[in-house]
Design a protein around this ligand. Sequence first.
Ligand SMILES: C[S@@+](CC[C@H](N)C(=O)[O-])C[C@H]1O[C@@H](n2cnc3c(N)ncnc32)[C@H](O)[C@@H]1O
Length: 289
Amino acid sequence: MTEITPSHTSRDTQQSPQYVMDNLASWNERAPVHANSPDYAVDKFVTDPDFLSDVVRFDMPLLGDIAGLRGIHLQCHIGTDTVSLERLGASMTGLDFSSASLAEARRLAERSNAATTFVEAEVYDAPAALDGQKFDLVYTGIGAICWLPSIDRWARTVAALLHVGGRLFIREGHPMLYALDDENPDAFVVRYPYFEQPDALIWEDAGTYVETDHVFTATTGHEWSHGLGETITALLNHGMRIDGLVEHQSLPWNALPGQMKRGEDGEYRLTHGAEQVPLTYTLQATRIR
Ligand SMILES: C[S@@+](CC[C@H](N)C(=O)[O-])C[C@H]1O[C@@H](n2cnc3c(N)ncnc32)[C@H](O)[C@@H]1O
């Protein structure tokens, strides 16, 4: 990936901000390629009614029993994790702004006989798009909040989607990982901001994170880091109680090429210095007011 100059997030207040337009074009082009990639294992959902995504399988010990819960999966992409949560007994709605992602998600739900429903909306518009419905569970993560400029606005959105007593489950890329230089396989070098910045980091990338020869034409992506303290503070400020925070030494994509090895569970781990850097975290919180 090539970093280009940070810029302001909006060029025209009359339409969607530039970051939304660029990121949307990028995800719309990538969704069908992801759905056809063995990495997302879409066909396995169809042939094996008990199949779960590696991501949800990893979550299960911390997630616990979700049977009977009404859940909303923010930034659900092509629905593999959403359908997996439905298979664990929750009644799930997936939300994403990418129509191409949701077309794949709906096809997956139909082919795998899942009752999962999907809604097209931007994250910050979710409470309105869902007509003010309240849920027992907000589930999100694995490369989700990095596409959003304000963690405070995200936390407000999460709280608005939960009834009092409802819970948030997020497993996300660690901001310490996002601060590291992914082009230096010989050392851990801090290159990017750990803390949230008003300006996005803007990338040019003609590839994606699944194995493919496809060369993408929508190449611009806008991303933000959100420090762990900033994320926790935002949730506290919006009436959430923090119930748990676990930092992990693995993640489901090859974030530091040349330094990681994929395990049987689909998780990538550092071959050296695993004890030095957290790669993901799971944060759980409950709405208390
Ligand atoms: C890496 S994927 C989410 C990861 C998911 N765990 C997966 O791998 O299937 C990121 C998703 O966020 C969605 N997204 C990005 N920005 C968004 C926004 N502002 N509102 C709604 N969805 C957004 C994209 O369309 C994409 O489907």
